[in-house]
Design a protein around this ligand. Structure first.
Ligand code: ASP
Ligand code: MG
Length: 418
């Protein structure tokens, strides 16, 4: 069997969903399809949630109506028989309205997962119904009963063994050749909905691939495959046809937006190849990530991670930092969900580079209890793999470099954004 994953951009319009029919109808193997919420639905549901948490139920319902009409527009363009479309979507919005009217927003993260997970439930219902209408028979599955996670709401960890039992039972391909289910969502053992972290659908696809022993996982994207740099930022980008799992992990860790960093491990563990394929031209091969590759990558790879902050901490009493302070500092950063993308240490200071998220100020406050803390924001982190002097000069020209780390093959440059 194979796993296909379609992201929010692929399902943001009726045309995209028709293209899914086109792609899926060409596949003769057993297929498990993982789908994200449509377009920017997750962002919109976050707004609904924020109103709900402030007990502004009317505004929450108003925003929900916008989300609903966006979906109805698509449904309207897809189905000739309008009642099918409405019957598919309306019950889910009715459920949401009831939850919003009756619920009291206490625990933010828990409510986030309960409400925002509907984005994926709705999109998969629509795609499944439309595929069935188009004679591509499939069964819809609710991941909240299949992907078992812990209760770390909004960033839940999958419990592989329990999930495997559920998933193999539900998707044994005896009742259908094609299953459709949601990326990004699962549930804890009590059945409370959970989510796996923003952009987590790639990870869901990889986990499903692992648990069902897929022969491959394909992520369909609105890019030609994996490029050596983001074409919106750099010129003359080229496609990298083959990468190793290690290449891919490093790229994802450095901030390449192409795949979610957690995606690689479940695939590497079972040597399942991951294809990154162009949604707009499905006959092209795109890129593949696998254990060994025939031709090593021979172009420099550039990754620019924006909106970075460099935090420097020093113990208040001038003591050496490394041992104890390092672990204390990382515990605080971890607690505040800040992911460290670079570390530098000296005798009495540690500097770490993290994404500037809404958790930053909480972490700075807590670090300040223990350490002297200073920070620089508005930075960007450029990672170059396979670097040479010329490319370093070209990409860092005129920039104020705050920190530099170089190994034989790679370089990382923390610079002021311009
Ligand atoms: N819908 C979720 C998000 O936008 C998950 C995903 O798209 O991968 O973050
Ligand atoms: Mg997405």
């Amino acid at each position: 069997m194979k796993v296909y994953k379609f992201g929010g951009a692929s399902v943001r319009s009726a045309e995209g969903i028709r293209n899914i029919v086109n792609i899926v109808s060409k596949e003769n193997d057993n297929l498990f399809i993982v789908i994200s919420a449509m377009g920017k639905t997750t962002n919109a549901m976050e707004v609904v949630l924020d109103f709900f948490m402030k007990a502004e139920h009317e505004s929450a319902l108003q925003k929900l109506l916008e989300v609903e009409s966006f979906h109805y527009d698509i449904v309207d363009q897809l189905f000739d028989n309008k009642t099918i479309g409405i019957e598919t979507v309306k019950p889910l919005f009715d459920e949401l309205r009831m939850i919003i009217r009756e619920g009291v927003g206490d625990d933010y993260d828990c409510w986030y997962d309960r409400l925002v997970s509907y984005g994926e439930l709705i999109s998969t219902r629509i795609v499944s119904a439309f595929l069935n209408e188009s004679a591509v028979n499939n069964l819809w599955l609710d991941m909240r009963g299949l992907l078992v996670t812990d209760s770390n709401f909004r960033e839940a960890n999958v419990r592989m063994e329990e999930s495997q039992i559920q998933l193999q039972k539900a998707a044994d391909f005896s009742k259908s050749r094609i299953y459709i289910s949601q990326g990004f969502i699962g549930a804890n053992i009590k059945g409370d909905p959970t989510t796996l972290g923003r952009e987590g659908s790639d990870y869901s696809a990889a986990v499903v691939g692992n648990l069902l022993d897929a022969e491959s996982v394909s992520i369909w994207k609105d890019v030609p495959g994996i490029l050596n740099a983001d074409p919106r930022i750099f010129e003359n980008t080229v496609l990298i046809p083959e990468l190793t799992y290690l290449d891919a992990v490093e790229l994802a860790f450095s901030g390449a937006q192409i795949i979610h960093p957690k995606t690689i491990k479940p695939l590497e563990n079972k040597h399942i190849p991951l294809y990154v394929r162009p949604f707009g031209s499905p006959t092209e091969t795109g890129s593949v990530i696998k254990a060994t590759i025939d031709k090593p990558i021979d172009v420099p790879i550039l990754i620019l991670r924006k909106n970075q902050v460099l935090i420097t901490i020093r113990p208040r009493d001038f003591s050496f930092v490394l041992e104890e302070s390092l672990s204390k500092a990382f515990t605080v950063l971890n607690k505040h969900r800040l992911k460290v993308s670079l570390i530098q240490s000296s005798a009495i200071s540690i500097s770490v580079c993290v994404d500037n998220t809404r958790y930053l100020s909480g972490a700075l406050d807590e670090l300040g209890n223990e350490f002297k803390v200073s920070y620089n924001d508005g930075l960007e982190l450029l990672t170059i793999r396979g670097l040479n002097d010329e490319i370093v000069k070209k990409t860092t020209l005129g920039r104020n470099i705050l920190l530099k780390q170089r190994t034989r093959r790679s370089g990382r440059f923390l610079m002021k954004e311009i």
